[in-house]
Design a binder for this molecule. Structure first.
Ligand SMILES: NCCCC[C@H](N)C(=O)NCC(=O)O
Length: 467
C-alpha cells in the first residue's frame, strides 16, 4: 500500500502551521546578517575601522562556507540526518557565531594585525576587532546557510505538488521581515544605548526564540515521518558522494547557481553599503537613511509570495528570472548616475530593486526543486549556496577596497556622542557600476537557463501546482 496518501501533508492547516514555524525561525535568523549595515559609520568611527575593514568583516559571512566547504558538509548532514536535527544544529552554530561577533563588536578586542606573505601585505594594520567579528560572522554564516538549506528542504517536503513556490516565497519573505527589522531597529537601538553591539545582542535573543519555535516544528514533522512509515512510504534516500557528481553534471543547475551568485552579489552586499550610500549621495541623516534600504526587504516581503503564487499557477519561472535581472541592472545604473540625487528617486529605486528581489528568488528556489530529485535536494541547495557564498564573501571586500582606493572625496567633521569625529565621504558611482555589471551577467545566464529548459523540458516555464 505504498500509494496511501499521507493525511498530515494533505491537511492544508498542518502544512501552513509548519510553514509558519519554519518561517518564524527564518525571520529570527535573517536579523543578524544585515544588522550592522545601518551602523556602518558608527562602527567605523567607534572601532577605528576603514571601509576596507568593514568590507573584510562583512565578507566574514562566507569564509568558512567557502573555504572549509561547510555548505557541502551541511548538505550531507541534512540529507543524512534530516531537517529536524540539522535545523537545531544550525541554530546552535549561529548562536555561537553571534556570541563571538558580539564579543568583538562590544569592544573586548583591541590591537591590530599585520599579515604579510613574502612581500605581499595581506592585512595591513587591520583592527583585530574586525577580524574576530568576521570570524564570529563566519561561524554564524555556517549555521545560517545550513538552516536555509534545511528550511528549503522542509518546505519542499511538505508542499511538493501543492503550493510549493508560494510556500518557498512566503518562507523567504518572512526572512525579509528579519532583514527589514535589521534596517529599522539598529539606529534607534544605538541612539538609546550608545552601544554598537546592542543589535547583536538582540539577534541572540531572536535566535533563542527561533530555537524554541523550531522545536515545535520538529514535533509535527516527526508525526509525518511516523505516518509515512506506517503507510509504507519510503523515507528519503541517504546522501551519497555520487550525488555531488550527478548534480554537477546538470548544466541547468550550473546556470541557476551562477545566476544566483551574480544576482545575490548585487543585492546582499549592496544592502550592506546601502545606508552609507544613501547618507552620502542623497544627503539624508543616518537615522532616516536606514529606513530607505528597509523598503527593499519590505517590498520583497509583500511581493515574493505574490510572484511565487503566480509562478505556481502560471509558470514562466525562467522568464521571471530574466525580468528580475533586467530590473536589477536598471536600478543600479540609475543609482550610479551622480546627478540623480534627489531623495524620492532613492525611494523609487529601492522599491523597484525590491520587485527584482522578489521576482528572482520566487522563481529560482522552486526551479532547483524541478531539476533535481528530492533525495538530492539538500545537497543541491547546499552546492548553490556554496557558489553564492563566493559572491557574499568577495563582493563586500571588493566594494570596501574600491571605496577606500578610488572613491574618497573628502572628510567631514561631525559631533557624535559629544565628540568631534572625522567621517570619510565617498562617491558610490564605481561600486554601483560594479553591481550593475553583475546584473548584466545575470541576465545572460537567465537566458541560457531558459534555452536549456526548452531543450531538456524541465518544465521551468510550466505551473507548479498539480490540480
Ligand atoms: N542575509 C542572509 C543570507 C542568506 C543567504 C541564503 N543563502 C539565501 O540565498 N537565501 C535565500 C534568500 O533569498 O534570502
Amino acid at each position: 500500500m505504498a500509494e496511501k496518501i499521507s493525511s498530515l501533508r494533505e491537511s492544508k492547516s498542518a502544512r501552513w502551521v509548519v510553514l509558519i514555524l519554519v518561517s518564524f525561525t527564518m525571520m529570527c535568523m535573517y536579523y543578524l546578517p544585515d544588522a550592522m549595515a545601518p551602523l556602518q559609520q558608527n562602527l567605523q568611527s567607534k572601532l577605528h575601522w576603514s571601509a576596507t575593514d568593514y568590507g573584510l568583516f562583512t565578507s566574514g559571512y562566507g569564509w568558512f562556507n567557502v573555504f572549509l566547504l561547510m555548505m557541502v558538509f551541511s548538505g550531507m548532514i541534512l540529507d543524512k540526518l534530516g531537517t529536524r536535527f540539522t535545523g537545531v544544529l544550525a541554530i546552535g552554530i549561529m548562536l555561537a557565531g553571534a556570541g563571538i561577533k558580539y564579543w568583538a563588536i562590544a569592544g573586548h578586542v583591541d590591537g591590530t594585525y599585520e599579515l604579510t606573505i613574502g612581500s605581499w601585505q595581506v592585512l595591513g594594520l587591520t583592527p583585530k576587532s574586525a577580524v574576530v567579528a568576521g570570524l564570529g560572522f563566519a561561524l554564524f554564516g555556517v549555521g545560517s546557510e545550513m538552516f536555509g538549506i534545511a528550511a528549503n528542504k522542509a518546505v519542499v517536503r511538505w508542499f511538493r505538488g501543492k503550493e510549493m513556490a508560494l510556500a518557498i516565497g512566503l518562507n523567504t519573505s518572512t526572512g525579509r521581515i528579519g532583514t527589514a527589522l535589521a534596517m529599522f531597529t539598529p539606529q534607534p537601538l544605538y541612539n538609546l544605548t550608545k552601544d554598537v553591539s546592542a543589535p547583536v545582542l538582540l539577534s541572540i535573543v531572536l535566535l533563542c526564540l527561533g530555537l524554541l519555535v523550531y522545536l515545535f516544528f520538529n514535533v509535527i514533522d516527526k508525526r509525518l515521518d511516523k505516518e509515512e512509515s506506517d503507510a509504507g512510504i519510503a523515507s528519503d534516500e541517504e546522501f551519497k558522494f555520487s550525488d555531488i557528481a550527478d548534480i554537477a553534471r546538470n548544466r541547468a543547475f550550473w546556470y541557476i547557481s551562477i545566476l544566483c551568485v551574480l544576482f545575490y552579489s548585487a543585492v546582499f552586499p549592496f544592502i550592506k553599503f546601502a545606508t552609507n550610500l544613501i547618507v552620502q549621495k542623497f544627503s539624508v541623516t543616518d537615522t532616516f537613511a536606514g529606513y530607505i534600504p528597509a523598503l527593499l526587504p519590505f517590498s520583497a516581503l509583500l511581493l515574493t509570495p505574490l510572484f511565487g503564487g503566480i509562478s505556481d499557477k502560471k509558470g514562466k519561472g525562467a522568464s521571471i528570472m530574466i525580468l528580475g535581472s533586467i530590473l536589477l541592472v536598471c536600478v543600479h545604473l540609475l543609482f550610479a548616475i551622480p546627478s540623480l540625487n534627489s531623495f524620492p528617486i532613492a525611494i523609487g529605486l529601492v522599491v523597484v530593486l525590491g520587485i527584482a528581489f522578489s521576482l528572482v528568488p520566487s522563481a529560482m528556489w522552486p526551479a532547483i526543486a524541478k531539476i533535481i530529485p528530492e533525495s538530492k535536494l539538500g545537497t543541491a541547495y547546499a552546492m548553490t549556496f556554496w557558489v553564492q557564498n563566493w559572491g557574499l564573501m568577495l563582493v563586500p571586500l571588493l566594494i570596501g577596497w574600491v571605496l577606500d582606493k578610488y572613491c574618497i572625496i573628502g572628510t567631514i567633521t561631525r559631533v557624535i556622542d559629544g565628540k568631534q569625529e572625522q567621517l570619510t565621504q565617498y562617491n558610490y558611482t564605481i561600486p554601483m557600476l560594479i553591481f550593475a555589471c553583475f546584473g548584466v551577467l545575470a541576465i545572460g545566464f537567465a537566458y541560457l537557463l531558459k534555452a536549456e529548459d526548452k531543450k531538456k523540458g524541465y518544465g521551468l516555464e510550466q505551473p507548479n501546482v498539480i490540480e
